[in-house]
Design a binder for this molecule. Sequence first.
Ligand code: C2E
Ligand code: MG
Ligand code: MG
Length: 713
Amino acid sequence: MTATMREDVRLWSMQTEFARASHDALDVDALSREELVNALNRSRERFLGLIDDNPDMNYILDRLGAVIEMNHAGEQLLGYTKEELQAGGDFTQHMLEADIPAALVHFGRVLERNVEQFETRLVHRSGKILTFEVLARPMIEDGQVVGLFGIARDVTARREIERQLQESEQRYRSLFENNVDVVVTFDTEGKFLYLNSATERLLGVPSRDLVGKPFLPLIVPHRRTHTEREFTRVLEGQPVQYQSAIYNKRREVIDMHFSVIPIFHQGQITKVHCIGKDITKQKQLERKLNQLAFFDPLTGLPNRNSLDTNLSRQVGESREFAVLALDLDRLKVVNETWGRETGDRLLKIIAHRLRDFLPSRADFFRYSGDDFIVTYYYETDDECLSFARSLEARLRDPVVLGDVELSITSRIGISTFPDDGIDPDTLLRKADNAMFAARHNGRNRVAFYRDVKSKDESRQFQLEIALRSAIANDELSLAFHPQIDLATGEVHGVEALLRWLHPQYGQVPPDQFIPVAEESGLIHEIGMWVIEAACHQAVAWNDAGLGCLPVSVNISVHQFYDDDFADQLETVIRVSGIDPSRLVLEITETISSNSDVVVAQLHRFKRIGVRIAIDDFGTGYSSLRYLKDFPVDYLKIDRSFVDHLESNEKERRLVATITALAHNFGLQTIAEGTETAEQVAIMRDLGADHAQGYFFSRPLAPDAFVSWLAARA
Ligand code: C2E
Ligand code: MG
Ligand code: MG
């Protein structure tokens, strides 16, 4: 009952005070009906002035329940005039049928001098049902209960609101209880007030063990500061969302996403609601994707993406650092000799070895294949150089793979920020260029970009850069130049000649790019590519029934002196399946300057089983020694002799001598550059065994060669 209502009743009660004091002395039943009505009327007069202004229904009923008095508000609330109500018999007529029995009980109790308070529903004239909170008191005159009076307050709207509230409360409860997510209410100190069963399940802790306890200890230590900060923001009135991680009962870490909102009551934050989602699986996936995106799966090292991110950050700082491009020399051979799996194991061992070796000032990335990048905050140039050398030396420590012991050589190119570049791309490119230059310096060398940069702007350097990606971009191919047996006219063999078709430069002649390849060290890789491609082509032709044509390949001096060359050659031969006696290595005379090494190397080749041709014979110095000391199979008489054959008798005699000598030492001769039938005829007369030249054909692409061969048959 509200305060105003209570006040009204108090006033009314005072009006009857006197009557009440003496009621015990009166005998109610002794009064006649007429006397009762008179008494009631007297009482009524006294109250009328009071009740008419009251906003609640004020009523007086007689002992039979008939309406004696009704204030204006009552008329309004029920939709009838007082007269209509008075004429309408007892009050139950205006009651909702279902509520009548209960109301009668209260009515009876009032007549027994009790004050009753209850709720009932009345029906408005329009049929609308209204809920009233009713207060009913006995009206006592002369010690007799002459009727009853009271107040009825329309609480329809309030009840409706309460009902709705209750409903929404229930809805909220069920949302709260049945939610699969964690729903928790905290007090402003971060202590648990309520939590739903999903929370209990997730944490493995019953509600009673949590209520009253702070949540912070449940947060994993490294997220606590952040979580506290977010909670503070909520207490400042701001709803927040954030990720955190918590422990469950078994101390397992669960990744969570929280939405936390402040709950205001009368302008004050009294509670905090929190909804938490378990995102452990999502996080795991994220971590896995991140791992894939930023780490190399084989070595576990940060990958190129990581490098890009790191470098972009580093160039934003003012601190000097070096970019070291590191390339392993023999990975390809290892792959080919012992298989990829061994190659992978080697990479892993090397990667871990270096990672453990690096100081904290260095970061280590796998860039691609056998290319690694180290970024290093260096102190002085000398210090940086000795760091690079120590890396290189550490790499050279033998690696044991099963029963194989390997020593890995590497080269390292260094660019520095900001001297060599202020953006990641430039720094990487320059470190890479320095690395290639390091190769040129010999094995196991380290080079600073600044020491090689004079080359950078030249056309040769442009070619070198382009040439580096030529294999990967599939720009290289072979042309085959037939060699004809002059005695039989049959095809004796073919020489494989390298062709490079660059997307911008077009066909680059070998005379231009071979020197670049030699100088940059690229010749090792490219030369091996040529041998591989030539062997595979020869085997393919043989398999296709074109016969077992010997194939010649040109070997550069640099390859010849490479310690690893013979090993690699053997691998290629084995992998391709070519009969080694069908492979001819063409080497030029210029190699003979260091004859002991040359002889040893040539014998090595012979043991492998390949044949050897001296290319461009007659243009070098020590021509004749080849014939005596070197295990050689062919002499290729240089084109310069052919040019003067027809006119120059001396030249003809020289060629005759060469062929005679060659035959004497068991060598066959091949005349190069024969362009006319006459030249071919003269060469045959002078004792040449084979001839090669435009007279027979230009160097041909593989398909063209097959057609050419078919046309001759
Ligand atoms: P080479 O080994 O002496 O190859 C013969 C060169 O003479 C080829 O030029 C060939 O096309 C050309 N030639 C053949 N017959 C005639 C002819 O009748 N008249 C004229 N005018 N020229 C003829 P190409 O293909 O331009 O090769 C030039 C040089 O490039 C080769 O000379 C060789 O030293 C080098 N080379 C080509 N391929 C390779 C390779 O794979 N590795 C290495 N290291 N060097 C190669
Ligand atoms: Mg040649
Ligand atoms: Mg030649």
